[in-house]
Design a protein around this ligand. Structure first.
Ligand SMILES: [Zn+2]
Length: 236
């Protein structure tokens, strides 16, 4: 049983402001976030192992993909770290995996009461796949589904868990914080959040077969709506 974890930072318990996720300007706040992220990663890894996973690959999927503290990471996992990565937040996932887990994820751009909601870049207003608006959860769940791999757990704020449930039937979720605005939230204690992630990851791995891989019907129509004409023109 092989598990794949894609981990972002904005949805980690205790993190609410962009500066806390910024490796260049974040200073001590960013360093604290790295530890919070690594501990949440460990909770998910432990949950996977308890649920029956014999191999865990974790893809650091925030900013330059080099946030997790390798020395602190649970030794049962292999760490995918750094750039470039052609498949970005899903690099390394193939059909040999039995389940994918998204940890520390955030809601798509334009979601009300969601911590640091965005879709890849601040210049993107919305992405639609076959007419359905998707965030990073959807954009990453589709290539997993294409490989026949179900996304079994999504963790982050309450908003991203709602987004995941609307897209993926039977997906397990853990809401580690409840946003009152884009940069303000009520947070669980990090230890409580990790307990829930650990327990839910175990259940999600054990029940992986009851969660369908989601596939976009082909031919896929993907529309990217930018916030401004300059950003759209730059991508022609
Ligand atoms: Zn991120």
């Amino acid at each position: 049983m092989k598990a794949y974890i894609s981990i972002d930072m904005e949805g980690v318990c205790g993190i609410v402001r962009e500066i806390e996720t910024d490796p260049k300007k974040g200073g001590d706040a960013y360093q604290q976030s790295r530890h919070l992220m690594t501990q949440e990663a460990n909770a998910a890894i432990e949950g996977c192992i308890k649920g029956g996973a014999t191999e865990v690959l974790i893809a650091d999927s925030h900013w330059n993909f080099d946030n997790l503290v390798p020395e602190e990471l649970h030794e049962a996992a292999t760490l995918l770290r750094g750039t470039p990565r052609g498949l970005s937040m899903m690099q390394g996932l193939d059909a040999s995996y039995d389940a994918a887990l998204f940890v520390g994820y955030h809601a798509r751009a334009g979601t009300p009461r969601a911590i640091l909601d965005h879709t890849y870049s601040g210049t993107i207003a919305a992405i639609r796949v076959n007419g359905t608006e998707v965030g990073e959860t959807g954009i990453n769940a589709y290539p997993a589904g294409h490989q026949g791999v179900p996304v079994v757990l999504v963790t982050g704020d309450r908003a991203v868990t709602a987004e995941a449930k609307a897209l993926i039937p039977n997906v397990h979720t853990v809401a580690v914080k409840d946003a009152t605005g884009a940069t303000s939230a009520r947070n669980l204690h990090p230890k409580k959040a990790r307990e829930q992630i650990r327990a839910e990851a175990t259940k999600a791995i054990q029940g992986a077969k009851s969660i369908p891989p989601i596939r976009a019907k082909t031919p896929i129509e993907m529309i990217i709506e930018f916030r401004g004409t300059y950003a759209a023109d730059a991508r022609r």
